[in-house]
Design a protein around this ligand. Structure first.
Ligand code: SF4
Length: 383
């Protein structure tokens, strides 16, 4: 058995995790590293970060087995006018309660020494000394989420917390989906666990809504695991680029049809997939095209500020609500296919250095900053 599913109609996550361990024949070593997903910023939405209940359950099982557990996560990307200290990331998801707990260590992965690894796409800076020599088992504890840019965020995407901060920015600039696949060839968990307690559907990973699937899925092959869950959520797994690239790089194999048929009872009906763009009013559409969280935060901040101060931004609001000309706000590594051609009459506002090539090819200016400041992006958009 390489993929095991449990927890349907069952809230006893500890029992579920024990069952998964035994079904998979997984025996953790003495020193276990757990990598959760804590990518949400205050206020964290339900379904955005790893469920504290599932983390509690996994910890209790590991501690019962006599393991020493390290929970490790990197710092969130920030810009000069917005930084999220690691302590705040922990607090926002209640992970600060593990600080000082007996048998548990909470680690800021960005403080670990790095090993330089050159690949065809980019040079990674990875905590390989830690992964190879300081732990015995690596558990990749990922969330079941949609993703507006990579379609889904499952076990392969969850590994993005391992490379250095600069690498995480570079991955977005180069080719995010290929870099996720390449990363999976360099860092391989002993076990990956996907939890949807709750999952995030709709515009994940940061703007979707929570949906409790009450589902925990585990496996030792990230491609098989992610493809099985993607199929259960109504996706065609082969259409998800980072899964396809990972399979091509021999990270793992897509779930076989025969195995998938046995999982039929776990199919999620009507799971909302992510849109490619946000709407603002009637005429403004924002396209996050392989953007990292820093440009997403900048554009999100602009949207929130405009709503909060309608008088100050009355001209923009009027155009957004009652205007006739369509406007596209583009951020990230946009390409030709990023914006629907049907939007021909649109005015373009390009934010961040990644969108510069796109802006030039359309003869418009770009806020050529990486990352753009929050207020700077607001001023640029409203101007
Ligand atoms: S320009 Fe924006 S999306 Fe591109 S790497 Fe910089 S902050 Fe991220």
């Amino acid at each position: 058995v390489t993929v095991a599913i449990a927890a349907r109609n069952n809230n006893e996550y500890g029992v579920t995790i024990e069952n998964l361990f035994s079904e998979l024949g997984f025996k953790p070593g003495r020193r276990v590293f757990v990598k959760p997903n804590l990518c949400g910023r205050e206020p964290v939405l339900p379904g955005e970060n790893t469920s504290i209940e599932v983390m509690d359950a996994l910890l209790s099982v590991l501690l019962l087995l006599g393991c020493e557990v390290t929970i490790g996560h990197g710092e969130l990307l920030g810009s000069f006018d917005q930084q999220t200290p690691f302590s705040e990331t922990l607090k926002a998801s209640r992970f600060d309660k593990y600080l000082g707990m007996s048998g548990v260590r909470v680690l800021n992965l960005d403080e670990l020494p790095r090993t330089v690894v050159k690949t065809a796409e980019m040079t990674f800076h990875l905590p390989l000394e830690f992964l190879k020599n300081q732990i015995d088992s690596y558990i990749n504890l990922a969330k079941i989420k949609t993703h507006m840019e990579t379609t889904v965020s499952l076990s392969l995407k969850n590994q993005m917390g391992l490379p250095s901060k600069a690498d995480r920015v570079a991955m977005h600039k180069i080719n995010l989906e290929m870099c996720i696949a390449r990363l999976a060839t360099l860092c391989r968990p002993d076990l990956s666990i996907l939890e949807g307690c709750p999952a995030m559907e709709g515009d994940g990973p940061h703007h979707g809504s929570a949906r409790n699937l009450n589902l925990i899925v585990a496996g030792d092959d990230m491609v098989e695991l992610d493809s099985s869950v993607a199929c259960l959520l109504g996706y065609e797994a082969e259409q998800i680029k980072h899964l396809l690239f990972s399979a091509e790089l021999d990270v793992g194999k897509f779930i076989e049809t025969e195995t998938l048929e046995k999982l039929e009872e776990f199919k999620v009906v009507g799971f909302l997939h992510a849109n490619k763009a946000f709407r603002f009013g009637r005429t403004v559409t924002a396209y996050p095209t392989y953007s990292c969280s820093r440009c997403i935060c900048a554009v999100q901040h602009a949207g929130r500020s405009i709503r909060r101060h309608p008088l100050k931004h009355g001209r923009f609001l009027l155009k957004a609500l009652l205007g006739t000309e369509r406007t596209a706000v583009v951020f990230g590594r946009a390409d030709k296919a990023s914006i629907p051609i049907a939007d021909e009459n649109r005015r373009l506002i390009c934010i961040g250095s990644c969108a510069k090539v796109y802006a030039e090819s359309h003869g418009v200016d770009c806020l050529d900053k990486c990352p753009p400041g929050l207020d700077e992006a607001l001023r640029y958009i409203t101007k």
